[in-house]
Design a protein. Structure first.
Length: 144
């Protein structure tokens, strides 16, 4: 997540819908802010502006979590199972074709498909997809 990425901000309603829909299935969501200069006050303001409720938020100030899961874009979703294994990393859906270019209708719901597969104990059909958005600015300890 990023406070100033227009793609991240545009996805706020869909992120909230997905988190709400899967909460009753035992899925928890956390918004991880990948801006090395963001403050807790900035995060609270962003959460309020985009009406996030009931979703945990954290700041990955040194980008160590992004490095661990190989996230490079905001918004980029990562599904981690109960054992701590990354089962999916990539886009939320196919709304954005490229930065600034979107579809009229979403036809692929990658995050929902990944969550459904993990909950069913099945392999994720496409465990890695290419996210469209803003690049994560490397933190002080970022290795790439």
């Amino acid at each position: 997540m990023s406070t100033d990425c227009p793609v991240s901000n545009a996805y706020a309603p869909e992120i909230q819908r997905v988190c709400a829909a899967y909460r009753s299935k035992g899925v928890s969501c956390t918004l991880v802010y990948e801006d090395v200069h963001v403050s807790p006050a900035d995060v609270r303001r962003h959460l309020d502006e985009h009406r996030y409720q009931g979703i945990a938020a954290a700041i990955d100030a040194d980008a160590s979590l992004a490095v661990r899961v190989d996230a490079t874009i905001t918004p980029e979703t990562v599904v981690v199972d109960r054992a701590g294994a990354v089962r999916y990393r990539g886009r939320i859906d196919n709304f954005y074709v490229s930065f600034g270019h979107s579809r009229q209708v979403v036809t692929v719901h990658d995050l929902r498909d990944a969550l459904d597969a993990v909950l069913a104990g099945k392999p994720v059909p496409a465990p890695v997809t290419e996210a469209v958005g803003c690049f994560i600015v490397p933190g002080p300890q970022r290795s790439h």
